[in-house]
Design a binder for this molecule. Sequence first.
Ligand SMILES: Nc1ncnc2c1ncn2[C@@H]1O[C@H](COP(=O)(O)OP(=O)(O)O)[C@@H](O)[C@H]1O
Ligand SMILES: [Mg+2]
Length: 344
Amino acid sequence: MIGAKLKVALLYDVWNEDPVATAEKEDDPPTRKARHKKTKKKRKEMTDREEIFEALAKLGHEPSYFELDGRPQSLHSLSRCDADLIFNLTESFDGDDTKEMNVVAYVDLLGIPYTGSGVQASAIAIDKLATKRLWAWAAIPTPAWRELEADTDFGAVAAALGGPVVVKPRSEGSTIGITKVSSNAQGEMAGAYAEASRYDTRVFAEELVTGRELTCAILGHGGAAHALPLVEIRAPQANYDYHSKYFSDQTQYLCPAPLDAALAQQIQSLCVKAYAALGARGWGRIDVMLKPQPGGDQPMLLELNTSPGMTGHSLVPMAARQAGMDFGDLVVRILSEATLEVGP
Ligand SMILES: Nc1ncnc2c1ncn2[C@@H]1O[C@H](COP(=O)(O)OP(=O)(O)O)[C@@H](O)[C@H]1O
Ligand SMILES: [Mg+2]
């Protein structure tokens, strides 16, 4: 199928304003939708789609751009799209990240093959609490956690989790709304809870894992899925936050991660199992922390990204290069996984 000349629509989302900034300026609490709007995505999407367009054109395919602008009209136009395949680069609808799965559901109903995970895996992966619950049931190690409410005894939660914690909104990305709390002081936890609550109605505290940070790119579906070489992320002060992710030239990415081969393999098979446990397909990336233990480092899985960065500089293409696949090979590989079948 991929040998033939294909019409590939590069589906992406845009919005015209940044109400977070506006709302903050006006000292007005942002609406739920507004809270999910972020400026960084405009920058990222631009590059993703342009690079994929170029790679596909070079390979003799017929790429085109398809923009979802948050209005129903753009959904209506998509229903008339005559593409053979959709490369799904959307991460939100009208800037709301939690609607990423709705776009997948809509495309699925249109009957056009699309790249990446189906509705169910997309819905679970956007919800870190649901992800952690499923992983825990499948005996996949993930940092211990407790959901927080406004009236939670924060000190007791920190004590139960055994010390420093990370407070996170259930559904966000790019480290937004995440605070590391070094002490179990009620005030510090309350501040972290308030920050995370700006982004989601549900918030949790998770054991802070102090070791090295890795990410594992995965390609494929079910039993045929396989992990690419691991990437180690070394951020300044071991703080891989929004700034060190997108704006720092001090953050180092090492691929393959310099790890003992047996440990690297253990992490990769754990990540494939974790990916399959969520029913993911096509491609994805799992974030992992290593917990230093007397018997050796213990991998702890943080989250699955079903729509990872896909510029030439992103981590999945970096891992693919290490496995001998150039950007065009990777694009074709992701497209070849596109199917009409919804995953488990
Ligand atoms: N439990 C944890 N222990 C240590 N660092 C963490 C932990 N959870 C998150 N982090 C740090 O915060 C970053 C973002 O967390 P993550 O759960 O991947 O959310 P997202 O990337 O969706 O914002 C991670 O890449 C890591 O650097
Ligand atoms: Mg992450």
